[in-house]
Design a protein around this ligand. Structure first.
Ligand code: APR
Ligand code: PHB
Length: 393
């Protein structure tokens, strides 16, 4: 084959996982190439949560892409939960002296893409038919098609950062992988609008009609979500219907503060919990959504991805700089504890705040009692605060 190149780490996927890994490796002199199936514009058009934990902020700083985030990101010291029109504020500063930074995932991705251009890192967008070869040998390689031509990329390691539907996880033999999954019987309908947020903090709402979330991207851009049946289509939801239903689910004093406006984007996403173990098979390392999915209640997806790639970058540094296998050998085990903690928290928040079609009166009383714990015991609100801002690892 004529188009053969070589690198240290071949990274599949230019989402936040792949791009952050690429920059962390670059900062440490480890050569890498990113192969992405879509165009950069397409990657940037995906709208996802942007609540950054302290360790994610640290990761962006290490990658030298934190400047705009520090300038434009909104520091949030707490979050509000509303259950059948009763509310409780979880005060992160009071409970554990920490905060989160609200900065959209799209902006994180844009900053990483800009940094990659500045540092001259290679990203091949619109790379078709990416395939992994010889991953259980010391000479793995990746093939892909670009502009109709076949290419081959030789490497030492492959980082599978290609999301839930990617090719990397599927390249691990089925008898090696153990998967765990929970599919929830509803989705989230999201609406983005250039309207000021309803409140300075995020508001998570449980109502008989279903969950709602008031989130934000900036002081002038809001993101709202409604729990909807999986059978619903975006076309079923005019902007008017969306705003009316959001008003139904909010307590009256909050409705008065809601500023509505035309939607910039509307989409429905299903909710899923998913983990595949192990996260390493020979020379292939999975990171981010390729290895695990959380439902968005709690905004852990991006933070989990950032945690994985920081651990993976450290492992590769250990290998290339100290000639040590320790980091790469312990990668999966080190990630798993953090992953399961975030899976548990996202599942807990989802269970606490959604209306489950199969729930009976007893289940609903349990949900109410669980919410009351947050009002009654400081331990419950502290545990929620600790998990929301991110457990130390
Ligand atoms: N070849 C090359 N690239 C691929 C392939 C493939 N076969 N399959 C998927 N990709 C690309 C996708 O187009 C996407 O750009 O991999 C990228 C994966 O990005 P994400 O799905 O954003 O996953 P990740 O980078 O791990 O980010 C995790 O994103 O989904 C959210 O909630 C999640 O916030 C979390 C974050
Ligand atoms: C978002 O702003 O998109 C968002 C925020 C918090 C969540 C989920 C999504 O828990």
């Amino acid at each position: 084959m004529k188009n053969v190149t070589k690198t240290n780490v071949a990274i599949i996927g230019a989402g936040p996982s792949g791009l952050l890994l690429g920059q962390l490796l670059y900062q440490n002199g480890i050569d890498n190439v990113i192969l992405e199936r879509k165009s950069s514009e397409y990657v940037l058009s995906r709208i996802r949560a942007g609540v950054l934990e302290h360790t994610t902020v640290k990761g962006l700083e290490k990658a030298c892409v934190a400047e705009r985030m520090h300038r434009e990101g909104l520091v949030h010291h707490g979050v509000e939960l509303v259950f059948d029109h009763q509310n409780v504020r979880i005060d992160f500063e009071k409970e554990i002296g920490k905060h989160v930074v609200v900065y959209g995932q799209t902006e994180v991705t844009r900053d990483l893409m800009d940094a990659r251009i500045t540092t001259g890192g290679t990203t091949i967008y619109e790379a078709d038919d990416v395939a992994l070869h010889d991953i259980d040998t010391i000479s793995p390689y990746v093939t892909y098609v670009k502009n109709g031509e076949q290419h081959r990329l030789d490497c030492d390691f492959i980082a599978g950062c290609d999301g839930f539907h990617g090719v990397s996880r599927k390249s691990i033999p089925a008898d090696i992988l153990k998967t765990y999954e929970r599919i929830y019987p509803f989705g989230w309908l999201g609406l983005l609008s250039d309207t000021p947020p309803i409140s300075e903090e995020l508001i998570y709402v449980k109502h008989d009609n279903g969950f709602a979330l008031c989130s934000q991207r900036s002081t002038t851009r809001s993101r709202y979500y409604l729990q909807v049946p999986l059978s619903d289509k975006v076309e079923d939801w005019s902007d008017e219907r969306f705003w009316q239903e959001l008003k139904n689910r909010l307590p009256p004093e909050m409705v008065n503060k809601l500023v509505t406006g035309p939607s910039l984007e509307k989409s429905i996403a299903p909710l899923r919990s998913f983990v595949s173990e192990p996260m390493r098979y020979s020379t292939l390392f999975l990171a981010g959504d390729a290895a695990h999915i959380v439902p968005p209640t709690g905004a852990k997806g991006l933070n989990l991805a950032a945690g994985d790639v920081q651990c993976l970058a450290d492992a590769f540094m250990d290998y290339y700089k100290n000639n040590s296998q320790f980091g790469i050998d312990s990668y999966s085990e080190r990630c798993m504890k953090r992953v399961w903690a975030a899976e548990r928290f996202s599942w807990y928040m989802t269970r606490l705040l959604h209306t489950f079609p199969e729930n009976d009166d007893f289940d609903e009383k349990m949900q109410q009692a669980e919410f009351n714990q947050l009002k009654l015991t400081s331990h419950a609100s502290k545990a929620l605060a600790e998990n929301y801002v991110g457990l130390p690892y």
